[in-house]
Design a protein around this ligand. Sequence first.
Ligand SMILES: [Zn+2]
Length: 350
Amino acid sequence: MFAFALKNTIAIYKMTPIYNHLKVVFTLFILALSTSFTYSQIEDTPLVEPDSMGSFFSKIILDGKLAYQNKKTNVILSQSEFLLLKDANFERILIKNNPAGYQFSDDHWQGDKVNPYRDVTLPTPFRINFNQTTFTHPVDNEIKITSRFGRRRRRPHRGLDLDLVTGDAVRSMLPGKVRFVGYSSGHGKTVVVRHANDIETVYAHLSAYSVKEDDLVTEGQMLGLGGNTGRSTGSHLHLEVRYKGVCIHPEYVFNFDGSNTIRGSELWVSKGWQSPRSHSAYRKSELKPLFTKEAAIIAQNSEPRYHRIRKGETLSHVATRYHLSVREICRMNNLYQNSVLKIGQAIKIR
Ligand SMILES: [Zn+2]
């Protein structure tokens, strides 16, 4: 009897709008509970993002897959990208206290410029020093150089391009301190790390950062994720090696043959190893490290030299100035006697 009454009551109750109302409220309650649970889990993991501040991520479903969206910038990361960044964040916290006690010079320490050394003119040849003999390759996968330091479609290319897939980890080649984290129109998302003895490495076209300015980084620590930002066609890492603002041919310094060795603890850099004009981006240059100043001066004196065309100058002006014939200049530069010269064009004169 009681069971019948209850059944009847429920049956009557189910017909009333209040039941449907409660059902909706209950569903919403469960939904809110589950979302707030997942949100709070994610919000416990602030990550370093472009604004150099900790950011919070929300779990979202994108094309049926779990993804993470930066709540401030709305940038979406795949789950693997998010987890990589999370690990890197953990790494950052671990070495915050500089247990290795590395010292990095604060000369021209500017966090707003990729190159803060524009007022510095270095004498050439100059010397660079390393405290170690090996380095960590900045990309984990197989080493694939897609473009080298040198002339590329008549434009200078001042770095080494390494193939990667967007989202791959990009790592610091040496221990250092992060000087610059930011966007530049050519380089896209970029991280600059200063190492011992004022060597800097530049990592460009990234898709995300995992470090902040002034962070200390260990060798091999993740700096961000590779990508295709800035002036870039296809995802790759554009890597530059600099000393006080001067770009050096990366392969002159580091062996990218898999041995991960640095070519010398003391290397002399002649003009030729700073000039993309002296190299081709499409083939490997012959590499002869210079270990003494004398050797560097001798090498520099036999390196090709160039003249930059100024307004109104013709090939015969250049010929007279350097005691050459117009024909010789044409031969050295693959030019015709009547070729049109552009202002700023570099003409080989030796
Ligand atoms: Zn490049």
